[in-house]
Ligand binder design. Structure first.
Ligand code: NAD
Ligand code: UGA
Length: 470
């Protein structure tokens, strides 16, 4: 007999927990979803009256929140209370790369996983299905199991009410900017575990809107590992095409033509072949670093070195863009004004984690230029914080200005650098921009946004990634 889920608790109201539970709540109106987080500010923002003040920007999110918030979707900081009442607990907490100690810079920091496992062990009642939603190193479920079973031993000693746990892995494959669509129409749902009843209970939730043949079930370890490998393969494609973008620039080939030609081979496929300033986002680098760490741990040094190259090419791509900008602007940008269009790591999100903009902007600031930045969704404080601007003693205040629209950034600018391909950048009024910029006026397009012939006719000098100076 399947357990019928009445109350779900999701620990972590971030980029995964928030949108995922919102979609689940919309698809399963008979289940109550309590999304809890220890970050009071974040929970307040999820409860904002004005839906434009939600902590996360995702197309389609606010409309779904409007439908079910405070009905069967509740955001709060009552972690203990909602663990206690839940039949199923999703762990959606952050798993960033460790900053210090053993494995620093590579291994995942599992302290948040451990702390919420302990909370679940302490407060859960009756039978609870614990679902790993966070991306985790393979074998993490063993750690969670061990923490939970230790809590059972403790309960036995004090004759507490009987409780039990089943553990599942259910990694999330959503991409930011398309999260709602990805959740509503997933390519697949992956559930790993060894407790058939628990697997079927979770499967039943997804069956509310996902076709059965799209729900795959595996053992725990294959499920945990598949998530890391999916991200590694996606990132690998980006580093592969980015490495070729540099070769195109040297040989007068055009990266778009190459991507199209290879992408039409159905064995290769045409997705994820857009060359750019390198992948950003909170996960690709962290997950590959983790994969490298695990391979080294098992003595698979060649495998580790192979995957590490994906990150090396990504770092190199960013560096070479800032170097090209400096070289092109006659070897010095000291005192020059550069307009930066786009700061988020991709369009349709306000997330700046690992955004290529951060490193490119920092490199340019180090060369002494003045940056003028516009992003449609990232707020000023975030940009200042990401650039560590207030902590840099060698920089003056006028070296960084942040604007509410693109045109304000380009007044007297020497160059425009397009870093994120926001939709609105495809329709900029470059004729007007040209009149307001210093000469010679440059456009550096790292995302294939502008029409270079049109810009050249206006009078711009244009550099495009994967094409060079054209
Ligand atoms: P996030 O940092 O946006 O959110 C995590 C939240 O968990 C934070 O708000 C934090 O305060 C909260 N938290 C941590 N420990 C807690 C505890 N003990 N009790 C209560 N709250 C706690 O992270 P995210 O981007 O949502 O990612 C979460 C996980 O999902 C990561 O493992 C990530 O790799 C994975 N993932 C992320 C994405 C994505 O697009 N961001 C996609 C797929 C998978
Ligand atoms: C990625 C994966 O696509 C998701 O499946 C996964 O769930 C998620 O990571 C995660 O685990 O966090 P996300 O990072 O949100 O999603 O966004 P992507 O669309 O994958 O883009 C990542 C980066 O690669 C962005 O900086 C983007 O601009 C860049 N990119 C993407 C390219 O440079 N070229 C491409 O062709 C595609």
């Amino acid at each position: 007999m399947l357990t019928s889920i009445k109350r779900v608790c999701c620990i972590g109201a971030g980029y995964v927990g928030g949108p995922t539970m919102t979609v689940l709540a919309n698809k399963c109106p008979e289940v109550i979803f309590n999304v809890v987080d220890m970050n009071i500010g974040r929970i307040k923002a999820w409860n904002s009256k004005n839906l434009d003040d939600l902590p996360i920007y995702e197309p389609g999110l606010k409309e779904l929140i409007a439908k079910c918030r405070n009905k069967n979707l509740i955001f709060s900081c009552d972690v203990e209370k909602h663990i206690e009442s839940a039949d199923m607990v999703f762990i959606s907490v952050n798993t960033p790369t460790k900053k210090s100690g053993i494995g620093a810079g590579k291994a995942s920091d599992l302290k948040w996983i451990e702390s919420c496992s302990r909370q679940i062990g302490k407060y859960a009642k009756g039978h609870t299905i614990v679902v790993e939603k966070s991306t985790l190193p393979v074998k993490t479920a063993e750690t969670i199991k061990s923490i939970l079973s230790a809590s059972l031993d403790n309960d036995k000693k004090i004759n507490a009410e009987k409780k039990s746990f089943a553990i599942l892995s259910n990694p999330e494959f959503l991409a930011e900017g398309t999260a709602i669509n990805d959740l509503q129409n997933p390519d697949r749902v992956l559930i790993g575990g060894d407790d058939i009843e628990a697997i079927n209970t979770l499967k039943k939730i997804y069956l509310n809107w996902v076709r059965e043949d799209k729900i795959i079930t595996t053992d725990l370890w294959s499920s945990e590992l598949s998530k890391l490998i999916a991200n590694a393969f996606l990132a690998q494609r980006i580093s592969s095409i980015n490495s070729i973008s540099a070769l195109c620039e040297q040989t007068d080939a055009d990266i778009n033509n190459v991507a199209k030609a290879i992408g039409m081979d159905s064995r290769i496929g045409d997705k994820f072949l857009n060359a750019g300033p390198g992948f950003g986002g909170s996960c690709f680098k962290k997950d590959i670093s983790n994969l490298v760490y695990i391979c080294n741990h098992y003595g698979l040094f060649e495998v580790a070195n192979y995957w590490e190259q994906i990150i090396n090419i990504n770092n190199w791509q960013r560096k070479r863009i800032s170097e090209i900008i400096v070289q092109t602007l006659f070897g010095t940008i000291s005192g020059k004004k550069i307009s930066i269009l786009g700061f988020s790591f991709k369009p349709n999100t306000n997330d700046t984690r690992e955004s290529p903009a951060i490193e490119i902007c920092n490199d340019l600031l180090d060369e002494g230029c003045n940056l003028s930045i516009y992003d449609p969704r990232v707020d000023q404080k975030q940009i200042i914080n990401d650039l560590g601007f207030n902590d840099k003693e060698n920089l003056t205040k006028d070296q960084l200005t942040i604007h509410e629209n693109a045109i304000e950034t380009i007044i007297n600018a020497d160059a425009i650098v397009i870093i994120t391909d926001w939709e609105e950048f495809y329709d900029l009024d470059f004729e007007l921009f040209f009149q307001k910029m210093r000469r010679p006026s440059w456009v550096f397009d790292t995302r294939d946004v502008v029409n270079h012939s049109k810009l050249k006719n206006i009078g711009f000098r244009v550099w495009k990634l994967g094409k060079g100076n054209i």
